[in-house]
Design a protein around this ligand. Structure first.
Ligand SMILES: [Zn+2]
Length: 389
């Protein structure tokens, strides 16, 4: 390490530890997980690992063994079996408390729309983390829940509007998974009431046939987007939009956020902030959107965990040209509290490495670097979410 490396490194050591607002995350599992269930929760696939392999044999597996093991009083990089055994011995409640409290969070914005019966709710997360937690409501999950409670499709549109408005009352944002359900390559205008009623008829008939309400109809999804957009406008909070990286429901090539430009532009007219989540491998596209649209914010989410040793490079790409004033922190952790801890650790580590380089190459002052950290850590999130501060 050169003298200037050491200087840059030391200079940011204090500010990089600043508490983070995790603006997109999910609950953690309260269950004592065996090896099979534990590894399933750090895979984006619905399938088990290939025969003869484990999920530990990828960058995220290395990171869990290297960085999480010491939090459970184990040696760094201990065997995977020992790690899972220690986790079970300590019990899920203690494990979750340790990781969540060691993450250095200011507050958590929890998406409650995914497998909510298997994980801690917002109050449970606040208690385990010892930090304030707020809810982000998933639009498509509300539509499905409402549809299940309707006796006919004729009731759907009004009941959906009423329930979404009610849920928005106590939320700090809404979220859409349009990318999962329809991709971004759809008509992005608001459908009219007749089209919505026809689509609801079709959806209810189909659900009766398969015995399950799963919203994939683009007309109803678009209706939800504009219903949600109107609530975001009224309540002056953001709409989160899933982009790119995710489970096998995603058709990745059609989830480039630049396909969603028409809706982003419509929300810009309404002064609704759009926060593009995850984005990988479209972090450069997301950064560009933050440059050209006033209302676009973005993060890199859970990919930092999945890329682990290479996460600095992805963070660097996200910061190549995007606006510091639009860049947010999220772990996108789901199920495992390790993912909260690693998300925060790798974000701090990667951001510091990027800024150390900028300092070394004399592209910014220490004050500039510290401001960038504050913006990404909490100031941007505080500016757009109603967090009461
Ligand atoms: Zn998520």
């Amino acid at each position: 390490m050169t003298h200037t490396d050491a200087l840059a490194s030391d200079a940011l050591a204090g500010s990089i530890a600043t508490p983070l607002i995790d603006h997109h995350c999910h609950g953690v599992s309260p269950a004592d997980l065996d090896f099979t269930r534990f590894q399933a929760l750090f895979s984006e696939s619905y399938r088990p690992p290939a025969p003869g392999t484990t999920e530990f044999q990828k960058p995220l597996g290395l990171a869990i063994r290297r960085f999480c093991a010491p939090v459970l009083d184990l040696e760094p990089s201990c065997p995977a079996e020992d790690y899972v055994a220690r986790r079970q011995a300590l019990g899920a409640a203690e494990v979750n408390r340790r990781f969540l409290r060691a993450s250095g969070l200011e507050s958590l914005l929890v998406d409650t729309g995914l497998r909510s019966s298997e994980i801690l709710d917002v109050a449970g997360m606040a208690e385990s983390a010892g930090r304030p937690a707020h809810e982000v409501v998933r639009i498509e999950a509300v539509a499905e829940e409402v549809a299940r409670g309707c006796s006919s499709s004729a009731e759907f549109a009004q009941a959906f509007a009423d329930r979404l408005a009610e849920r928005a009352q106590t939320a700090v944002g809404l979220k859409t998974i349009v990318a999962y359900r329809c991709t971004f390559k759809i008509d992005q205008t608001a459908p009219n009431a007749v089209d919505v009623a026809d689509a609801a008829d079709r959806w209810f008939q189909q659900a009766a046939g398969i015995g399950k309400f799963r919203l994939e109809d683009p007309t109803i999804v678009r209706h939800g987007l504009y219903l949600g957009g109107e609530l975001c406008r009224q309540r002056k909070f953001p709409m989160q939009v899933h982009v790119g990286f995710g489970d096998p429901d995603v058709y990745m090539h059609a989830c480039d956020p630049t396909h969603f430009t028409d809706f982003i532009a419509a929300m810009e007219k309404w002064e609704v902030a759009i926060t593009l989540l995850h984005n990988y491998p479209f972090q450069r596209e997301a950064a560009w959107l933050s440059e050209v649209f006033q209302n676009v914010y973005y993060d890199v989410g859970v990919i930092l965990n999945y890329a682990a040793p290479m996460s600095r490079d992805i963070l660097g790409e996200a910061l190549e040209m995007g606006k510091f004033s639009k860049f947010l922190y999220s772990s996108d952790a789901f199920g495992l509290s390790e993912l909260y801890y690693l998300g925060a650790l790798l974000f701090r580590r990667g951001l510091k490495q990027v800024l150390d380089r900028w300092l070394r190459e004399d592209f910014c002052s220490l004050k500039d670097a510290e401001e960038l950290i504050r913006l990404a850590a909490y100031e941007n999130a505080r500016r757009i979410y109603p967090l009461g501060k």
